[in-house]
Design a binder for this molecule. Structure first.
Ligand SMILES: O=C(CO)COP(=O)(O)O
Length: 133
């Protein structure tokens, strides 16, 4: 599976904790991240991650482009609902594309855990028959 990991600054500690907790599972998949999120995860785990630009510099859009061509299977995006982001339109566009293309999306730790556990038990195997909309 291709999995995107993204977090706003106040949620970086959460995504690092998540990556550490699920490192063994995540290691078996192709991981992608926005710039700073990917850096923090790399510094704290042994995970191999393809890093895109930082979010405000287009990283959300780069991940969105993968979603648009049906090349992303899961998006884990710990967004900060209490802080205005300079690139809010990009954030909304990314969330919107997940819904357009029916890509499983988790925006907090609880839902991310459910997604990963579901993936482990095969709940997302329908993603193997990747069809565009
Ligand atoms: O801003 C982000 C998502 O909208 C995340 O970007 P960074 O991982 O570069 O901090």
């Amino acid at each position: 599976m291709n999995i995107a990991l993204i977090a706003h600054d106040k949620k970086k500690d959460d995504i690092v904790s998540f990556a550490i907790a699920y490192e063994k599972v995540l290691k078996k998949h192709n991981l992608f991240a926005t710039g700073t999120t990917g850096l923090k995860i790399s510094e704290n785990t042994t995970l191999d991650i393809k890093r895109f630009n930082s979010g405000p510099l287009g990283g959300d859009q780069q991940i969105g482009a993968m979603i648009a061509v049906n090349n992303m299977d899961i998006v884990i995006f710990f967004r900060d609902p209490l802080t205005a982001q300079p690139h809010e339109p990009d954030v909304l566009a990314l969330l919107r594309l997940c819904d357009v293309h029916r890509i499983p999306l988790a925006t907090n730790m609880g839902s991310a855990e459910l997604l990963i556990k579901g993936m482990q038990r095969g709940d997302l195997s329908w993603r193997k028959n990747k069809k565009t909309i």
